[in-house]
Ligand binder design. Structure first.
Ligand code: GKE
Length: 339
């Protein structure tokens, strides 16, 4: 017997979307999973979900996706790590079409709650100029100077969610994700983020016997990395909360990229020579999540230690590289979900 009404997840073929569908099904929700990619290209695809391939830049496709849904998790976006968003600013901004059309359709359908996946890329760049960065509070998004392209789309879409709530009464919830990582996500091809990229490079070094890797930048830039299980738990908690303003959803464990590499070397059991490439995409110098608000409002914050999450991520990537498997699992491989 399913719980509550139908839940729509857009971007369901992607990394975070796939994990969210899995969790919702596990908790016995009825799920419609939508992505623009064919299901054979989804990281996870579950037979028990109502899986649909739709281009949500089209408003009619959004109307079909939203039809009958009580809740919408809008994760669909054309995005990736720094290697992608620095060189695809227009493509990233076109994601504004999907959120705008999804909001229109959700309002028309009378959806009960609408979650929008925003990003730490909305934060003002002048607050992220030092490696020893002060953790970002939600108010640090203004005065606005977000990441070019992608960050502006995310910030604009946050405000669309706010005004659809204020003017039309649609209950919207917004979380700003801080560099989410974990298994069942991309680790090669250009859209990968640093955790998966470093796992791939070290795993390849181990498998090839060539113990050297390229590192983008000088390795002293800092980030916090959020394990996928924390992201999913926080996403579902924020959806059901009374938190009406955008809120950080991120780890507060700040590390340099060199320290990230140290962690992966220790997991892999090898050490690698590091070739630093200062001309590679770098993004901001430092970024960390201030979790004061989420602790106050939810009595919780992401706590999975980087070492724990990276062990799971590295093992998954190493296994794929060593067996030559693709990273996508598609409909055939995804684990069956007990109802
Ligand atoms: N992707 C990647 N690949 N990054 C590397 C690599 C590598 O091989 N080697 C070092 N880095 C460095 C990058 O130069 C950057 O300074 C840092 O790791 C993190 O890069 P990233 O994971 O690609 O992306 P960012 O954290 O800079 O930005 C991402 O933030 C997310 C939200 O926190 C965005 O690309 C979005 O994925 C998202 O908004």
């Amino acid at each position: 017997m399913e719980i509550g009404g139908l839940t729509l997840v857009t971007g369901a073929g992607g990394f975070i979307g796939g994990h969210l569908v899995a969790k919702l099904l596990q908790e016995r929700h009825a799920v419609r999973a939508v992505d623009v990619k064919p299901t054979s290209d989804w990281y996870q695809c579950f037979p028990h979900a109502d899986n649909r391939v739709l281009d949500l830049k089209e408003v009619e496709a959004c109307r079909e996706a939203v039809r009958g849904a009580a809740r919408v998790y809008h994760l669909a976006a054309d995005m990736g790590g720094m290697g992608f968003i620095e060189s695809n600013k227009a493509l990233c901004m076109l994601s504004v079409l999907t959120n705008t059309h999804a909001l229109l359709a959700a309002r028309e359908e009378g959806v009960e709650r609408y979650f929008y996946a925003s990003s730490a890329c909305v934060y003002a760049e002048d607050k992220q100029g030092e490696a020893d960065v002060r953790p970002l509070k939600e108010s640090d998004a203004y005065p606005a100077m977000p990441e070019d392209g992608y960050g502006w789309e995310k910030l604009f879409s946050e405000r669309m969610c706010r005004h659809f709530m204020e003017d039309f009464g649609l209950t919207t919830r917004v979380a700003r994700y801080h560099n989410v990582y974990g298994p069942n996500g991309t680790f090669r091809g250009g859209r990968e983020k640093a955790p998966a990229a470093i796992c791939r490079k070290v795993a390849h070094a181990k498998l090839s016997g060539q113990h050297e890797i390229e590192v983008w930048g000088d390795g002293e830039q800092t980030r916090s990395f959020t394990y996928i299980d924390d992201c999913i738990y926080g996403t579902m908690a924020i959806m059901e909360s009374d938190i009406a303003e955008p809120i950080n959803l991120g780890s507060s464990e700040l590390v340099t990229i060199n320290q990230l590499i140290d962690v992966v070397e220790e997991i892999a059991g090898i050490s690698v020579q590091r070739h630093y490439n200062p001309s590679a995409p770098k993004g901001v110098r430092g970024r960390n999540s201030d979790n004061t608000l989420i602790r106050q409002r939810l009595g919780w914050e992401p706590t999975t230690p980087l070492r724990v999450g990276m062990e799971k991520t590295y093992r998954w990537i190493y296994d794929r590289l060593s067996t030559g498997d693709a990273e996508i699992r598609g409909a055939s491989e995804a684990p069956a979900v007990s109802r």
